[in-house]
Design a binder for this molecule. Structure first.
Ligand code: TTP
Ligand code: MG
Length: 398
């Protein structure tokens, strides 16, 4: 049976919540984010503000220059989280096959619903009505046979839109769109593709698989399938994950400590992003190394306090790595990191209170940008030795 997957994304989420609470903000250019004195970046710009070129992640100072008449608000994360939970609650009522991603987005699998609930399009319209009536917000929905096309469709339909891509039309739908519309194609990949003369998803879909693998590593294969409208990945509920891990086989066996540390840092950032996505903290960090002779070791450390902060998890992981390298001087073939002992996040996210809060907030801001522009959109200083190195692609451990 052809799957019917929804991608649902609220429009200008933070600003829309502010407008529910203060209707005078409607129809005006509004920006949430940064500090009143002009530091920081835009978290959310209303569509009226976007008409002046404002967008998420733009420095507030630039936003003020481009649109001085905009209303700038500091934002209230607790309030947004509250609306986010209600939003996910509405969707959970429709189908248990719900995969929330971020605060204002989710995938929903409604395959097989038609005989009972009518066409998928009508179910989507009912969801939009419910979100409007209960929360006062507008949502955009994409419907397709897989997650990637559904997401592209919802993005394209914004704001307050609905696009359904009929089964068999996935490839044709994607074909004329620019490569950056494909989730995971960040600015750097876009630039590389442009250099090869590839600007549309249709052109990308026609590129031979070995070419994409050579240039983008393991990720080239994923991009190839997605560009061709193929995405069979299931809609995965949060589930009670027991551990989260990432590992990568290096292109060449190596003893280069700087490279191993940078790789570990990137893997840890992926794991940290997953933890925060699931609103979990981990008590235990494990390092996995496979040597050139395929001998594999794991080393673990339990922390005094559970954490979801990249920097904290990395300090533990890199300590384990340094000890392991000091004990055995043999080239490494595979490196991985796993966190376990997961518990629900205890700490409330207060904006910018002290340094721990600041790090936690910074991590969440980075997650948002990466979700929007691809993981490669942001490089933290410690992963810089990996620059331009395709071995930075990571795979989830089974
Ligand atoms: P998005 O869904 O990416 O953006 P949006 O809802 O503001 O606008 P639209 O979907 O209509 O294009 O992000 C959801 C919220 O996440 C957004 O309102 C604010 C927050 N966010 C940040 O804090 N920083 C960021 O860099 C991004 C992209 C989003
Ligand atoms: Mg949104």
């Amino acid at each position: 049976m052809t799957r019917r997957i929804f991608h649902i994304d609220l429009d200008a989420f933070f600003v829309s919540v502010e407008r529910v609470l203060n209707p005078e903000l409607r129809g005006k250019p509004v920006v949430v984010g940064g500090h009143p004195e002009g530091r920081g970046v835009v978290a959310c710009a209303s569509y009226e503000a976007r008409a002046f070129g404002l967008h998420a992640a733009m420095p507030i100072a630039t936003a003020r220059r481009l649109c001085p008449q905009a209303i700038f608000l500091p934002g209230n994360f607790e309030r947004y989280r509250d609306y986010s939970e209600k939003f996910h609650g509405i969707l959970a009522n429709v189908s248990p096959d719900l995969e929330p991603c971020g605060l204002d987005e989710a995938f929903l699998d409604v395959t097989g619903f038609e005989p009972h609930y009518g066409p998928a399009r009508e179910t989507a319209l009912r969801i939009k009505d419910r979100i409007r009536n209960d929360l006062g917000l507008t949502a955009s929905i994409g419907i397709a046979s897989g997650k990637t096309v559904a997401k592209v469709a919802s993005d394209l339909s914004k704001p307050d839109g609905l696009i359904e891509v009929a089964p068999g039309e996935e490839k044709g739908f994607l074909s004329p769109l620019p490569v950056r519309s494909l989730p995971g194609v960040g600015p750097r990949m876009q630039q590389t593709l442009k250099w090869f003369g590839i600007t549309t998803i249709g052109q990308l879909a026609e590129m031979p698989l070995p070419f994409l693998k050579r240039n983008f590593g393991v990720y080239g294969e994923v991009i190839h399938r997605h560009a061709n409208g193929i995405d069979e990945s299931p809609v995965e509920g949060r589930g009670p994950a027991k551990s989260i891990s990432r590992e990568v086989t290096l292109e060449e066996d190596t003893l280069n400590q700087a490279l191993l540390e940078a790789t570990l840092r990137l893997l840890t950032e992926h794991v940290g992003a997953d933890l925060r996505e699931q609103r979990k903290q981990a008590k235990c960090v494990s390092l996995k190394l496979r040597y050139a002779d395929f001998d594999t070791i794991t080393r673990s450390q339990t922390m005094k306090v559970a954490s979801e902060v990249d920097q904290v998890l990395y300090e533990v992981a890199v300590d384990l790595l340094r000890k392991a390298l000091a004990q055995r001087r043999q080239a490494v073939r595979l490196i991985g990191v796993r966190v376990s002992g997961l518990a629900s996040e205890a700490r409330q996210l207060n904006m910018l209170d002290d340094s721990a809060e600041r790090l936690a907030y910074l991590n969440k801001a980075i997650d948002r940008i990466r979700q929007k522009y691809g993981f490669e959109a942001i490089e933290t200083g410690r992963t810089l030795p990996l620059r331009g190195n395709p071995r930075s692609g990571t795979t989830a451990m089974p």
